[in-house]
Write a new protein. Structure first.
Length: 252
């Protein structure tokens, strides 16, 4: 049987801040890095319309729940995949339209499905967390791990990705659930994905942040071949305030 290699990208699109000035940079990125599967966070109607135009070879989940347009979605190459089913699971987000979004996709050339899910965990900027130090993301991740265990079929390659807003707990909790980061699987250090400068336009003496908080993980039925954090500009403008994560996997 021929081996199957697939490319994945996760990207936080930064809502519509500084849009449409960022549009040429984002279009350049997707022209250079057209993935088989794309998961996006901080999606908005204008950026969804943009992706539908730019990613002509792709389809996405189409569902009346507004979170699929106002928060996140999953895109796939139509020549490679057919959608079987999808869902949006409540995992304890404080943001009303955020969910763990997922889709089951069937490979057109093989009698095999893959499971893909994405989430944007709650920001660290909530006053309660700033005052108490208690993170809602830990319980969100535990619920995500439970949903992955419930939804993924036996022997099915499964991928989870998104903006974790946390550089430590996601890899720890998801590894316990049987999902390894694409970088860890290759013995690599996770490169920073946030914040992307100069798009963030930091003023002198303003606090700066450098964190590896965007993540792609997979279960044992997919083997990481390559992983990177591509940096793509159009002029001096970056596509977002996050850098994306790109990974290539071989199904096993």
């Amino acid at each position: 049987m021929l081996s199957t290699r697939l490319s994945f990208i996760t990207y936080n699109l930064w809502q519509t801040k500084r849009w449409p000035a960022r549009a040429p940079a984002l279009e350049k990125f997707f022209t250079l890095f057209a993935p088989d599967v794309l998961c996006v966070q901080e999606l908005q109607p204008p950026t969804q319309e943009f992706l539908d135009r730019v990613l002509k070879e792709h389809d996405r989940v189409r569902d009346p729940f507004p979170g699929w347009t106002n928060e996140g979605n999953i895109y796939w190459n139509k020549a490679v995949f057919e959608q079987i089913e999808h869902g949006a699971e409540e995992v304890g987000h404080l943001e009303p339209e955020r969910r763990m979004f997922w889709a089951r996709l069937r490979l057109e050339t093989f009698h095999k499905t893959i499971f893909v899910a994405t989430a944007h965990l709650t920001t660290t900027r909530y006053r309660e967390e700033e005052e108490t130090g208690l993170s809602p993301r830990v319980r969100q991740l535990k619920r995500i791990a439970g949903e992955l265990a419930r939804l993924v079929r036996q022997g099915e390659p499964a991928f989870f990705m998104g903006d974790m807003n946390d550089p430590r707990h996601p890899q720890r909790i998801l590894k316990q659930a049987g999902f390894a980061s694409c970088f860890a699987a290759l013995g690599m250090q996770s490169p920073p994905t946030f914040q992307c400068y100069p798009t963030a336009n930091i003023e002198p003496e303003e606090q700066t942040i450098t964190e590896a908080i965007d993540l792609i993980v997979a279960n044992k039925h997919a083997r990481a071949i390559a992983a990177s954090v591509p940096r793509c500009y159009a002029g001096d403008i970056a596509p977002s305030d996050h850098w994306p994560v790109q990974a290539v996997y071989q199904l096993v």
